[in-house]
Write a new protein. Structure first.
Lengths: 625, 451
């Protein structure tokens, strides 16, 4: 058997990678351990959230699938942070755990050039430091020009409950035993990471009268710029809020050493942002209670997820009997039936410093990795990388330059740059504060930022691209309209302004300048002039004018960064030959081998003084070449 | 950076003992060639050895040599210090011998540069050391030494920590909007914190500006029409402290006639004598020049003749100096007073004459009082000590003021935060900290969030 591109793993990274490669007309094979688990959501039943929701929008703008698929599976959706600025607003949807994988599988099966194979990959075929294919568990060889590894937690995956440890995946599947050994032999640096997931509760055994209801927005939302609404705004599925009790905390403290973590059975490093409930109780001992969300996993009538409620915030590695006691100490859950116990999972990941910005590995040519294997956590982070790996493996086969998104262009760019430049110690989750230009990386402008790239690489259709260029034109026209039209201090105008209230006019003012006032919005502007454009166009113009000062500052900062980013560091540079570099910087630079001064400046331990020395050296070096 | 450097590290000819310092891997090899005494190549680190420096067979000086081996030294390299008996010629001779035997003359500040590049000290500390090297008076040295101990770093870190708490709190509200147990930080609360930081940063900058006086001195100009006794005032000030009068060429435009020290603070006196020449064109140039000098001066001493009525020229000078920090000196008070004192009520006035030192003492006291010199010199020193640090602190202040403005306009908290973050970064730059994940680390340390 021979393919152009093989994708190993059918999770969120694997689906995006396989779709991108196949849609770019490469003969693609997706190998997965179990077809039923394709695009499975083994942890929380939600997609999006601060920063993560913006990643989903970016995936959509680039021509990926996650946004469209999440829209099809929406149970409830909210725009978060609406009381804050436009930069930090993001969508978060409760997604149906049955519909989401079903719809994704349908899409995969209906995609030309894409074959799905149920099997386990155990070895890579590598010749002359170049990947040539994979070997399956039954020793079948499949050759290819490129391989994308999106193996999630399956590299030496190990499930932990209390002092019980057994190898396997979230659904009791077999883990991949040899692949990580292969990678280590090839020279990759491996990390051992840990994550966890809480209990699933039978929804019919919960007393909802003791909970607080959490509802979706009354305004409709979609992740995709396609804007097809599949859910009923007035009939969204509710979530519920409860809090831990004194009794819960007492049970946890009394049984602490029985947990895998505190009992010393875990070697992997867990995510800081996703602490187990025992961690929370120990580390924040002064907190009387911790909040928990009851999140429905599906509205389907039958199947694994039909009756289950995800107990968000209660992840633990306690043994089953203690979990029973803990759950029953919660208000409304006194008689709850646990359908699935909480567990921790340990797995191997590769140190992303072994990767290039294209997600191709530095060690083996044409081998790409994406998702949890690179040390990230989260469906959205995985999908974003999968899309980029799929695009770049394809571009490589087409002899084209890789698509590398910069930190001022996309959260996906921030994500990949952070991974390969800084490396990680615990699983990486995207946060808005990781993006220094977050005012530029908004939920509302993902298409403005990225559609052009999606079109360039061939994942955005001509029709969608026309829609996008039309939108850009309309935005320009609206700017001009507002700049051209003035209002004058007539009594009528000033009376209206007084009601708003905002300062009355003394001289004429353009509508553009009027919109800059904090208390003015586009709706008020429309009192003075008819605006023949749709909501999205108005939104862009309004945000850009109202926050002009801040946006200009961010653009200015980004330009400074890009100046350094554009100064490339030659591959064959020898840091040992550069006099005066501090020894820590020398070591880090040798280790990471940054491709630009910009990347070098973001390495921790490389100080501005080292960058100055490097600049001087590079200038000399260029003159000598 | 592999060669061995040497330099005289004490002020030439000042102390009883001079130190010649050498740093680099060949230090011991080089000093052994000119030392008569113990075999220095075999001694333990951080020890002191008695012996002689010789040139061939000629004894140059009786010395104590300290040997400090890498890495626990100032530069982290091998360091040898030769303590000799002062004297410009002897000290120079010893340095020369080291250079002849393979050391290279260190550039100014090169020891510190090595310490910094080898990671021994941080940026703020290295700058403080540079200031120490350049310090001219005792007060200034005291300031620099305190700084070496990291006091400024500590103060800046305290500033940054309060901002870090604030930023982490804003961030946790943004990234975890549905954690109802975490306090939502309101725009009013941000306003209060930013306001408080602004006040404190302002006072640090103000105190630091006072310290600029410690370092740069008080630029003083003496003005007055011819023959009122400017030169005699100048001479009486200089006379008073003759031992440390030096003739220093100032900038290309000013000639510093001399400086005297008040409480260790240099008073740089700029001469305008000879401005008024007979030739009209020259006189015009002179007036222009003295006007620009008045503008730049920290202190203007206006000299008037108390035995004469105010002339048109006197009045013009008084008018030009009325908004400056100035003292009006009524000279020749031993003669019959004719001057119209009632026209000078708004000014600081000192009466004096050249026959008694009383007026000069009063003048000095007045200057000390006006510049807070007693207070400056007795305070504990925690100040920004160079222009780079001061300008970064001012940028931080400006950013905080922008943030405060945004809170008043009720901008969204994430936008207000942009300027707070900038201030945080500028403060980090002062002490050379550039660690981007600090806020995220702090967020997870202080807030209980996660699924």
């Amino acid at each position: 058997m021979n393919y152009e591109i093989i994708v190993v793993g059918g999770g969120h990274a694997g689906c995006e990678a396989a779709l991108a490669a196949a849609r770019k007309n490469h003969k693609t094979l997706l190998v997965t351990g179990n077809i039923q688990n394709i695009a499975d959501m083994p942890c929380n039943p939600s997609i999006g959230g601060p920063a993560k929701g913006i990643i989903v929008r970016e995936i959509d703008a680039l021509g990926g699938e996650m946004g469209k698929n999440a829209d099809k599976a929406t149970l409830q959706i909210k725009l978060l942070n609406t009381k804050k600025g436009p930069a930090v607003q993001a969508l978060r949807a409760q997604a149906d755990k049955v519909i989401y994988p079903q719809e994704m599988l349908k899409t995969l099966q209906n995609t030309k050039n894409l074959t799905i194979l149920e099997s386990m990959v155990e070895h890579l075929i590598v010749e002359d430091e170049k990947v040539k294919g994979v070997i399956l568990e039954d020793e079948t060889k499949i050759t290819s020009q490129a391989v994308i590894l999106t193996t999630g937690t399956y590299l030496k995956g190990m499930i932990l409950v209390g002092d019980q440890k057994k190898s396997g995946g979230p659904h009791g599947e077999k883990p991949s035993k040899y692949l990580s050994e292969d990678l280590e032999k090839l020279g990759f640096h491996l990390l051992r990471l840990k994550t966890g997931t809480p209990q699933r509760i039978d929804k019919n055994t919960i007393d909802y009268s003791k909970t607080t209801i959490e509802q979706g927005d009354k305004e409709p939302h979609t992740f995709s710029f396609e804007r097809i609404k599949y859910y009923d705004v007035n009939n969204q599925i509710d979530c519920h809020l409860i809090y831990t009790t004194e009794e819960t905390h007492r049970i946890i403290k009394e049984n602490l050493e029985k947990s895998s973590m505190y009992g010393g059975h875990v070697e992997g490093v867990g995510p800081r942002y996703c602490p187990s409930i025992e961690d929370k109780v120990v580390r924040f001992a002064d907190k009387e209670r911790h909040q928990l969300f009851l999140e429905p996993e599906s509205k389907e009538e039958s199947g694994e997820y039909s009756n289950t409620i995800y107990l968000q915030g209660f992840s633990t590695s306690m043994p089953y009997d203690i979990q029973e006691k803990m759950v029953h100490s919660l208000p409304g859950l006194e008689k709850a039936k646990i359908l699935k116990y909480a567990y921790a999972i340990e797995y191997d990941a590769i140190d992303a410093k072994d990767l290039k910005q294209s997600l191709e590995t530095k060690i083996i040519e044409n081998l790409y990795t994406a998702g949890q294997i690179n040390g990230t956590s989260g469906y959205e982070e995985a999908a974003g990388q999968g899309l980029i790996a799929g695009i770049n493996a394809s571009l490589k086969l087409e002899n084209k330059d890789p698509l590398i998104l910069k930190r001022n262009e996309a959260y996906i760019g921030v994500l990949i740059d952070d991974l390969i430049t800084k490396g990680i110690k615990d699983p990486y989750r995207m946060l808005t504060s990781r993006a220094e230009y977050r005012l530029l990386l908004r939920n509302d402008n993902a298409d403005i930022r990225l559609r052009k790239y999606g079109h360039q690489v061939g994942l955005v259709s001509e029709e969608d691209y026309q829609k996008y260029t039309k939108k850009l034109e309309n935005i320009e026209s609206l700017y001009k309209l507002l700049q051209k039209n003035k209002i004058t201090p007539t009594k009528e105008v000033n009376d209206y302004l007084e009601i708003i209230p905002t300062a009355q006019l003394k001289d004429g003012i353009t509508l553009y300048d009027l919109l800059k006032r904090p208390e003015i919005n586009m709706h008020i502007i429309e009192h003075f002039i008819e605006i023949p454009y749709d909501y999205e166009v108005k939104e862009q113009v309004e945000i850009n004018i109202r926050y002009e000062g801040y946006i200009k500052k961010a653009l200015h900062e980004a330009e400074k960064m890009l100046a350094l980013e554009n100064k490339k560091i030659p591959k064959d540079i020898d840091y040992d030959k550069i006099p005066n570099l501090a020894s820590e910087a020398r070591e880090k630079l040798n280790n990471i081998k940054p491709t630009s001064l910009g990347q070098a400046s973001r390495i921790s331990g490389v100080n501005p003084a080292d960058i100055s020395i490097l600049i001087v050296y590079l200038r000399k070096w260029e003159n000598n070449v | 950076m592999n060669d061995t450097i040497a330099a005289i590290s004490t002020a030439l000819g000042v102390g009883a003992i001079s130190i010649v310092r050498m740093s680099g891997k060949d230090s011991l090899e080089i000093v052994s060639k000119i030392f008569k005494g113990t075999n220095l190549k075999k001694v333990q680190s951080h020890t002191l050895h008695y012996g002689y420096i010789k040139d061939q067979e000629e004894i140059i000086d009786e010395v104590l040599i300290s040997v400090m081996l890498a890495p626990k030294t100032y530069t982290t390299e091998d360091i040898v210090e030769i303590n000799c008996h002062g004297g410009i010629n002897t000290t120079n001779k010893i340095l020369e011998l080291l250079l002849l035997n393979g050391a290279r003359l260190a550039e100014p500040g090169e020891f510190t540069k090595r310490a910094f590049l080898n990671g021994r000290i941080d940026l703020a500390q290295s700058e403080a050391v540079m200031d120490l090297i350049e310090s001219k008076s005792n007060t200034e040295r005291k300031l620099a030494i305190k700084n070496v101990e990291g006091r400024i770093s500590k103060r800046i870190k305290e500033f940054r920590n309060s901002l870090k708490e604030l930023i982490s709190h804003i961030e946790v509200n943004i990234d975890y909007p549905e954690y109802y147990d975490i306090e939502i930080i309101t725009i009013n609360k941000i306003k209060d914190i930013v306001q408080k930081q602004i006040e404190e940063l302002k006072s640090l900058i103000k105190e630091s500006n006072e310290q600029e006086i410690v370092k740069a001195g008080i630029k003083t100009i003496i003005v007055g029409r011819p023959n009122v006794g400017k030169s005699s005032i100048l001479n009486s000030l200089l006379e008073f402290d003759k031992a440390i009068v030096t003739d220093v060429a100032g900038t290309t435009r000013d000639i510093v006639e001399g400086n005297i020290y008040l409480e260790g603070i240099p008073l740089n006196i700029i001469d305008t004598a000879g401005i008024h020449q007979t030739n009209d064109i020259v006189e015009k140039l002179g007036v222009e020049k003295s006007l620009s000098l008045i503008k730049e001066a920290d202190l203007v001493l206006v000299v008037l003749n108390s035995s004469e009525k105010l002339t048109k020229e006197d009045l013009e000078i008084l008018e030009k100096t009325k908004d400056k920090t100035s003292i009006v000196i009524l000279n020749k008070n031993d003669l019959q007073e004719e001057i119209e004192k009632e026209q000078l009520t708004a000014r600081n006035i000192i009466s004096t004459n050249t026959t008694s030192s009383k007026g000069t003492i009063a003048l000095k006291e007045k200057i000390k009082e006006m510049f807070n010199l007693d207070k400056i010199t007795t305070k504990d020193y925690t100040y920004l000590t160079n222009t780079r640090q001061l300008s970064l602190a001012k940028k931080a202040l400006y950013s905080l003021e922008q943030a405060l403005k945004a809170t008043k306009e009720e901008a969204p908290i994430d936008l207000v935060e942009i300027d707070i973050k900038n201030a945080f970064d500028y403060l980090g730059e002062i002490i050379g900290i550039d660690y981007r994940d600090e806020v995220i680390d702090n967020l997870f340390k202080n807030f209980c969030v996660g699924k």
